[in-house]
Design a protein around this ligand. Structure first.
Ligand code: UGA
Length: 432
């Protein structure tokens, strides 16, 4: 099939590349010409395991191309995916739909024969209705169908999530669109993915409700971990104990720092804003947002108490600063709250991240980047394991403890307390 992805951010690029790998002809369009020129040479702007190789492979076999020419790209395609960003509005918690509506306006003037227009961007319920209205100002309704087909890709696992999805959700009333889209996804359906056909509004809401539910699950176990710390219970045991019940499910029950990234914080706020608009109260999600925001202060208090409130000139190492492992994404990472607060209190901070130096920290006093785990730990009184990269899972802490007193605060519970204690190192984890 001939596809056009508008927007080569995370969603557009990963989906476009995977669709091309499944045998479709895909044009990825972006108005950022520099990015497009780089992509044409196989230079990928984001860190995502496996993406580089797939881009190069499909550029070579000519199923994948990149362009800044929206007009030509639309002309050549049967299905158009809108994959532009929907960030949080300034001064409000609603999603900013400016980019989505601008794309709708511009494509409405370029369509000459029937096209299926699919929103893959995360958009609040009823956005599809708005897009349809915008396009129908310039175009007969016979020439297009607007469909919702949300993505459920995790950064760092996006290719696997695309190629082996738990489910594919498609929201439309049109039989014509439905058949074509089912055909497009048939290679994934035949591998066992659940295919859910529903209304456009349901598909839009499913996306937000899924992210809000996962954020709730994480926040729930994070709060339980606070209780575990007071009563000498290991939260890992609780996660396994409750997660083994199929009604609960074992995934997304890892206690840790506040959840972050480009989706959960933004989407939980946006669904609350939608519910306000329709005059209902999503009180559970509201309290999840609040609890997650409070989590940074809670972890900071714990760090202060580990250091006996003597923070000035203490050398603190952060292992990993991105919001989770296998990504270079810093958006809404809890390190953006923890590091500045500790730096303000006079701590001397160094961090190591497998994805390298982060410019965002250059504005803070006493925050430096170390180019290796070894260098980072050598400089340290307290090591904070902030992300769960494999690189951090088997560090030989014993070799460092010989020459100095070390304390480890393991925010991802990567290590066993007793093993670390046996090395003569003080150990603190989450919920244990
Ligand atoms: C999330 C969803 O998982 C995807 O299904 C969705 O498509 C995506 O948002 C999106 O809307 O685009 P992502 O933000 O990439 O994906 O990352 P997650 O793996 O979901 O992690 C989000 C946050 O939760 C991270 O801060 C992570 O450390 C935290 N987390 C996750 C935990 O603290 N514990 C867990 O058990 C799982």
């Amino acid at each position: 099939m001939k596809l056009c992805m508008i927007g080569t951010g995370y969603v557009g690029l990963v989906s476009g590349v995977c669709f091309s790998d499944m045998g479709n002809n895909v044009i990825c369009v972006d108005k950022d010409e520099r990015k497009i020129n780089n992509l044409k040479k196989g230079i990928v702007p984001i860190y995502e395991p496996g993406l580089d190789e797939l881009v190069k492979k499909n550029l070579k076999n000519k199923r994948l191309s990149f362009s800044s020419d929206l007009n030509k790209s639309i002309k050549k395609s049967d299905i158009i995916f809108i994959c532009v960003g929907t960030p949080t509005k300034k001064n409000s918690s609603a999603a900013d739909l400016t980019y989505v509506f601008n794309v709708a306006k511009s494509i409405s003037r370029k369509i000459k024969k029937f096209k299926i227009i699919i929103t893959k961007s995360t958009v609040p319920v009823t956005t599809g209705d708005e897009i349809e209205k915008i396009i129908s100002k310039n175009l007969s309704k016979k020439l297009f169908e607007v469909v919702s087909n949300p993505e459920f890709l995790r950064e760092g696992e996006a290719i696997r999530d695309f190629m082996y999805p738990d489910r594919i959700v498609v929201g439309t009333k049109s039989n014509k669109a439905r058949n074509k889209i089912k055909n497009l996804y048939s290679p994934l359906i035949s591998k066992g993915s659940k295919y859910i056909e529903t209304s456009r509004r349901s598909a839009e809401l499913i996306k937000y409700a899924a992210n809000a539910f996962l954020a709730t699950k994480i926040t729930f176990i994070n709060e339980i971990s606070n209780l575990c710390e007071k009563i000498d219970v290991d939260v890992e045991d609780v996660s396994i104990g409750i997660g083994s019940d199929k009604r609960v499910g074992e995934r997304f029950l890892r206690a840790g720092p506040a959840y972050g990234g480009s989706c959960f914080p933004k989407d939980t706020k946006a669904i609350v804003s939608t519910s306000d608009k329709f005059k209902t109260n999503l009180s559970v999600i509201k309290s999840v947002i609040k609890s997650n925001e409070n989590r940074n202060s809670l972890l900071l208090s714990k760090i202060y108490s580990i250091l006996k409130n003597k923070i000035k000139n203490k050398k603190i190492t952060f292992l990993g600063v991105t919001f989770k492992a296998n990504t270079d994404d810093m958006r809404d990472s809890s390190s953006l709250k923890l590091i500045p607060a500790l730096s303000n209190k006079g701590a001397i901070i160094n961090y190591y991240d497998p994805t390298g130096y982060k410019r965002i920290f250059s504005k803070y006093k006493n925050v430096t980047y170390s180019s290796s785990i070894n260098e980072a730990i050598n400089k340290s009184d307290l090591i904070i394991i902030h992300t769960e990269w494999n690189d951090f899972k088997s560090i030989d802490f014993k070799k460092y403890s010989k020459s100095k007193k070390l304390i480890i605060y393991d925010l991802r519970n990567l290590y066993s307390r007793s093993k670390i204690n046996n090395m003569g190192i003080k150990y603190y984890g989450i919920g244990r």
